[in-house]
Ligand binder design. Structure first.
Ligand code: GLC
Length: 404
């Protein structure tokens, strides 16, 4: 199906936004999520940018990712923020070596694989492989010190959903907290990490230690991409390493997170379940972790349930029947384009085209109505937060998928 003129226009506007938000420092080129609000380079944002830029110029996608890995830590961690240039737009600065020193959902291998699928450039795969190998190996080892096959996060910001109610219990905050209260707690965590000298095994995980559902589901999907990349590079040992790691992780998610048809995040060393319904319950669709019949039930009982996730505009990040639900709250109800994209991709994995198409259409309508805003009220469709925010460009991938 050909794209409509409005779709063509939005594709062009998406590219223009990525170009307008492009920055260069020395030999590095990257894209900032929003000039007014987010003036640095962010990890999963850059992966989204790379995925979308690949529709226009795989060279630019590669440059985005090469900038991102340039600040990799010795232990393999890739930081979630790189402060390339000074800015007054954000007043929290944490971490070391010009970076935040914590990480974010590991979408790198997925982005690399999308680029490779478009231009079959083996040299780029060879160039980036050692860095991404070290990153995933770090997440599978340092972030899993007891070998239980789930990767832990040490700060809510590592989930990419800074203030999600999934983290209220581990942070000891009530559902009706203010953003300020949560920010204070998250910044205090960073201070503790600095005091730990960033040692994870015996220190950092003593304060906040969550096995999150999207983080682990995204990791599993990316390990599949690592398996594919290693295959193209004829690295047979790595192929089996990444294959085995995926299977062990899928089993661990079942053993430690699955209850009542849903994967729940856990906290602490004894895997206490956090039964708060957010979009995270759909994230395993992205890595095909639910069986088809489990997925069907999940969709009927939750995604399409009017008191939960079926709102005028889908998909709210928090279920309407949660006490923390707030259609204007930061990560506490509004729609983000990246979460819509993960759910869209997840639904397609199982052949649920019609619902996927509805999510694509709602995302499209929201952007047409409001422009590239950071998030949107699921009841009124009103745009909120940062302006000229790049995540809306993920609509390009949704449109290409539906039209092909
Ligand atoms: C906010 C989001 C985070 C994102 C960053 C830059 O902090 O919660 O996921 O990476 O903004 O867009």
């Amino acid at each position: 199906m050909a794209k409509s003129p409005k779709e063509e226009e939005l594709k062009k506007a998406s590219y223009n936004l990525l170009l307008a938000n492009r920055r260069r420092v020395g030999k590095y080129q990257y894209t900032i999520p929003s000039p007014q609000t987010y003036p640095y380079q962010w990890l999963w944002d850059s992966c989204f940018h790379a995925i979308i830029l690949a529709y226009f110029s795989t060279d630019d996608s590669k440059r985005e990712l090469l900038s991102l890995i340039s600040k990799q830590f010795e232990d393999g961690l890739i930081p979630h923020m790189i402060y390339w240039e000074k800015s007054e737009a954000i007043n929290i600065k944490w971490g070391k070596d010009g970076t935040s020193s914590i990480t974010q959902p590991p979408m790198l291998a997925y982005a690399v694989w999308q680029i490779y699928k478009k231009d079959k450039d083996l040299n780029f795969l060879k160039e980036i492989y050692p860095n991404i190998f070290r990153f995933y190996n770090y997440l599978l080892t340092d972030r899993d010190p007891r070998g239980h096959h789930l990767s832990g996060i040490i700060n809510p910001d590592e989930s990419g959903e800074d203030n999600s109610p999934r983290f209220d219990i581990p942070l000891s905050l009530p559902p009706d907290q203010t953003l300020d209260e949560s920010t204070k707690k998250r910044v205090a965590l960073v201070e503790k990490h600095i005091a730990c000298d960033f040692r994870i095994k015996d220190c950092m995980r003593n304060f906040f230690w969550v096995k999150d559902v999207p983080f682990n589901a995204i990791l599993i999907e990316n390990l599949k991409n690592m398996e594919n990349i290693a295959g193209v590079l004829n690295l047979h040992k790595d192929v089996s390493f990444f294959n085995k790691a995926q299977n062990l992780m899928k089993k661990a998610m079942r053993d430690l997170m699955f209850e009542d048809g849903i994967f729940w995040p856990t906290y602490g060393r004894d895997y206490k379940r956090i039964k708060v319904k957010t979009w995270a319950i759909f994230a395993p669709l992205f890595a095909k972790i639910y069986s088809k019949s489990e997925a069907e039930k999940l969709i009927n009982n939750h995604l399409l349930a009017p008191r939960e996730f079926l709102m005028k505009y889908p998909v709210p990040t928090v279920s309407g029947d949660e006490p923390s639900y707030d259609p204007d709250g930061f990560w506490r109800g509004p729609i983000w384009m990246a979460t819509n994209w993960f759910i869209f991709r997840g639904l397609l994995n199982y052949g649920f085209y019609e619902i996927a198409q509805k999510i694509k259409q709602a995302s499209f309508d929201l952007i047409i109505k409001n422009g590239f805003r950071e998030h949107f009220n699921p009841e009124t469709g009103e745009g909120q937060g940062a302006e000229n925010f790049t995540w809306g460009t993920l609509i390009v991938d949704m449109m290409e998928e539906v039209n092909n």
